[in-house]
Design a protein around this ligand. Structure first.
Ligand code: S3P
Length: 172
């Protein structure tokens, strides 16, 4: 079976849902940020600090392309992964894509409490964060909404999603 990609903004819950989905479907789980850190032996924050975002996007793109041939895997992507180069098109052509959708307020409340540091959010006050998330989400929805399926990030209906994924796969 082709890869299932979870896409969406930082804080949407891609890793948590990815693990649940993989378990429920009997697939393995991979997190793209984690693959990146393993491959480059550097955490994403340090990578951004040392080499900047442009190189991160380039390497992230190489990494997403290397997943196209994978089988039986659920992959949680980084929030920016679909929005650079032709990654969204690539994921759509080679796998099944699921957009985890929620509002800027829902994302912000999760991000304020998120323990993991994210380089793009560093140093932002809660007020700056909501403005940033609102703007950035609007910009990124152009890519996110190209996904095959959309799921409510706050209350995901897993059985329904699994049914949709199987029906798309059996169509092709
Ligand atoms: C990013 C999201 C992060 C990580 C990097 C950039 C983004 O992943 O890839 O910090 O551009 O939205 P998560 O969505 O898993 O936080």
């Amino acid at each position: 079976m082709r890869p299932v990609y979870l896409i969406g903004f930082m804080g949407a819950g891609k890793t948590t849902l990815g693990k649940r989905l993989a378990t429920a479907m009997g697939l393995t789980f991979q997190d793209l940020d984690h693959l990146f850190e393993e491959k480059y032996k550097l955490n994403i924050n340090s990578f951004f600090e040392k080499y900047g975002e442009n190189l991160f996007r380039k390497f992230e793109y190489e990494l997403i392309k290397s997943t196209y041939e994978m089988q039986d895997v659920v992959i949680s992507t980084g929030g920016g992964t679909p929005c650079f180069f032709d990654s969204m098109q690539g994921m759509n052509q080679n796998g099944v894509t699921v957009y985890m959708q929620t509002t800027p307020a829902g994302l912000t409340s999760r991000l304020v409490n998120a323990k993991r540091q994210r380089p793009l959010l560093e140093g932002k006050s809660p007020e700056e964060l909501i403005l940033y998330v609102t703007e950035k989400l609007k910009e990124r929805e152009k890519w996110y909404t190209q996904a095959h399926f959309k799921i409510d990030a706050i209350n995901p209906d897993l059985p329904k999603l699994i049914g949709e994924i199987y029906s798309l796969i059996s169509e092709k």
